[in-house]
Design a protein around this ligand. Structure first.
Ligand SMILES: Cc1cc2nc3c(=O)[nH]c(=O)nc-3n(C[C@H](O)[C@H](O)[C@H](O)COP(=O)(O)O)c2cc1C
Length: 393
C-alpha cells in the first residue's frame, strides 16, 4: 500500500513536472511572437528571414516568379531581408544572383517584394558588393576584381564552373573608384525603394567589400580610407550618408560578422575595430544592427575562435534594435529575446527547410532538416518544395 502511494505520488510529480516545463517552454517561446516597432513599422513577430543567396535570378540579375513563390512561403517572418543583391555587375561574384541596378530588375522585384510582405512583414533589400571575392571570369570586360588594396584572398579558392581556382590579386580602388561605388549603392537603394522595399541592409559581413575595408589584412591603404580604424570605417559611413539622402537612416540596417576571418579578413584587434564600428552606427540612429554570431563562417558552422566577441558585448553598444543570426533554435532565440540581448533573431538554414517556421513553432510542429540539393542553384527542387504545414494544424 505504501509502495502504491509512493509510485502514485511520483507519477503525479512527473506529470506536474512535465506540464510545468511545457508551460515554461510556451512562456519562453511566446516572446518570439511579441510585435515590435522597427523603423516606424510594426513587425508581427521576432523571426527574421536573414539574407540567403539562392541563385534563382536570371543570368542578367532579373528576379523570377519562382523567387516570388519562395518569398511568399517565408512571408510569416516579422522581417524579411532579401538575399544578397548586387549593386553593379562589378559587385557580383556568382551567377544568377539578383541585382538592383537596371530598370528590368526593379520591375521584376516588385511582385517578389509584394509576396514577401503578404503577411505583414517589413521587407529590406540586402545591398551587396563582393569586392575582391569576385573573379575576372565574371567581371565586366574580364577585368580583375577590385578591393581596397592589391592583396589576394589566401587560403580559399574561387569556384568557377570548371572547378576551383586561386583568387586573383584585386585592383586597388582609387578615390574616384570609391566615389563611383558609393554612387552604385545610392542607385541600388533608390531602386530598392522604387521596387517596394521598406529599407535596405548594407552587407558589411563575411569578408565582402565593406569588411575588406574594415580589416587591416585586406586594407593597407595610406590614404583617408586606410590606416586608423576611423579611416577604415570611412567607406561604410560615406555609403550610409549618401544612401540616407534617399532612404531614411531609420530604414538602413548594417550587417557585420565581427568574429569571422572567413575569406581572409583578419585584424590584430577586432574588438576595438568592431566596437568603434558599432558605436559609429549607433550614433547614426540606424534601423538596426545585424550581428552574425561567432561560430559561423559565411554560410556554415565553424569552430568558435577563443577570441570571439560575444554578440551581447557588441549589441550593448548599439542604441537600437539588434538582430542576431547564426545557429539559433527557437529556444535559444526566445532566450536571447527574453534576456533583452537581442530584439530579433534570424534563422537561415531553418527557414530554408521550414518555409512556415513561425507557424510551426507556434503549433509545436516538427521542424524539417536542410537538404543540400538545390541549395545554391537550380529550380524548385530544394527551393520551393519544402512542405508547409497543412491548414488543419
Ligand atoms: C544558402 C545560404 C546562403 C546565404 N547567403 C547569404 C547572403 O546572401 N548574405 C548574407 O549576409 N549571408 C548569407 N548567408 C548566411 C546566413 O544569412 C546566416 O548568417 C547563416 O546561415 C547562419 O545562420 P543559421 O545558422 O541560422 O543558418 C547564407 C547562408 C546560407 C546557408
Amino acid at each position: 500500500m505504501v509502495l502504491t502511494f509512493v509510485s502514485g505520488t511520483r507519477s503525479l510529480l512527473l506529470t506536474y513536472e512535465r506540464s510545468y516545463s511545457y508551460t515554461m517552454r510556451c512562456v519562453l517561446l511566446a516572446q518570439l511572437f511579441e510585435p515590435m516597432v522597427l523603423g516606424g513599422q510594426t513587425l508581427p513577430n521576432r523571426f527574421v528571414l536573414p539574407p540567403l543567396t539562392r541563385s534563382r535570378a536570371q543570368a542578367d540579375g532579373v528576379p523570377t516568379p519562382l523567387m516570388a513563390e519562395y518569398y511568399r512561403q517565408r512571408a510569416g517572418a516579422g522581417l524579411v531581408i532579401s538575399e544578397g543583391t548586387v549593386v553593379s555587375p562589378q559587385g557580383s561574384a556568382y551567377p544568377q544572383v539578383p541585382g538592383l541596378y537596371t530598370e528590368a530588375q526593379v520591375e521584376a522585384w516588385r511582385p517578389v517584394v509584394a509576396a514577401a510582405r503578404s503577411k505583414g512583414a517589413a521587407v529590406y533589400a540586402q545591398l551587396w558588393h563582393v569586392g575582391r571575392q569576385a573573379h575576372s571570369s565574371v567581371q565586366p570586360d574580364g577585368r580583375p576584381p577590385v578591393g581596397p588594396s592589391p592583396i589576394a584572398i589566401a587560403g580559399w579558392e574561387y569556384r568557377t564552373p570548371d572547378g576551383p581556382v586561386p583568387f586573383e590579386v584585386p585592383r586597388a580602388l582609387s578615390e574616384a573608384d570609391i566615389a563611383g561605388i558609393i554612387a552604385q549603392f545610392v542607385t541600388a537603394a533608390r531602386n530598392a525603394v522604387a521596387a517596394g522595399f521598406d529599407g535596405v541592409e548594407l552587407h558589411a559581413a563575411n569578408g565582402y567589400l565593406f569588411d575588406q575595408f574594415f580589416n587591416s589584412s585586406s586594407n593597407q591603404r595610406t590614404d583617408r580610407y586606410g590606416g586608423s580604424i576611423e579611416n577604415r570605417l570611412r567607406f561604410l559611413y560615406e555609403v550610409i550618408e549618401a544612401v540616407s539622402a534617399f532612404v531614411p537612416v531609420n530604414r538602413i540596417g548594417v550587417r557585420i560578422s565581427p568574429s569571422s576571418n572567413w575569406m581572409d579578413v583578419s585584424d590584430p584587434d577586432k574588438r576595438s575595430l568592431y566596437s568603434a564600428l558599432v558605436r559609429g552606427v549607433s550614433d547614426r540612429r540606424l534601423a538596426y544592427l545585424h550581428l552574425v554570431e561567432p561560430g559561423i563562417a559565411g554560410a556554415v558552422d565553424a569552430e568558435t575562435d577563443p577570441t570571439a566577441i560575444e554578440s551581447t558585448e557588441l549589441g550593448a553598444l548599439f542604441d537600437g534594435p539588434v538582430i542576431v543570426t547564426g545557429g539559433h533554435t527557437p529556444e535559444t532565440a526566445a532566450a536571447a529575446v527574453g534576456s533583452g540581448s537581442a530584439d530579433l533573431v534570424g534563422f537561415g538554414r531553418l527557414f530554408i527547410a521550414n518555409p512556415d517556421l513561425p507557424r510551426r513553432v507556434l503549433h509545436e510542429a516538427e521542424l524539417s532538416g536542410l537538404r543540400e540539393e538545390g541549395l545554391y542553384a537550380g529550380g524548385p527542387i530544394g527551393y520551393t518544395d519544402y512542405p508547409e504545414l497543412q491548414s488543419s494544424n
